[in-house]
Design a protein around this ligand. Structure first.
Ligand SMILES: [Zn+2]
Length: 74
């Protein structure tokens, strides 16, 4: 089994988290954790398993969850 932490660490240098340098967003995240009108949802690409094609899902970073905007109202 490969070390996922190493692969993610390399990508983290190119992270473009705007506003909050502490927030590390995955490609599937629409907002930083804790942002208003957002919520945690299962990653659609891996179905919440965090694994895809035998490796960590690139969309959710292997967490199986993504932060999505919650539409309040019509
Ligand atoms: Zn995923």
């Amino acid at each position: 089994m490969r070390d996922e932490a190493i692969e993610r660490g390399e990508e983290r240098g190119a992270s473009e988290a705007a506003g909050n340098p502490d927030a590390v967003l995955n490609p599937g995240d629409e907002a930083p954790p804790g942002a208003p009108s957002t919520g945690e949802n299962l990653c659609r690409d891996c179905g919440g398993t965090g694994q895809r094609d035998g490796a960590a899902c690139p969309t959710c970073g292997g967490t199986g969850r993504v932060i999505e905007a919650i539409s309040a109202g019509p």
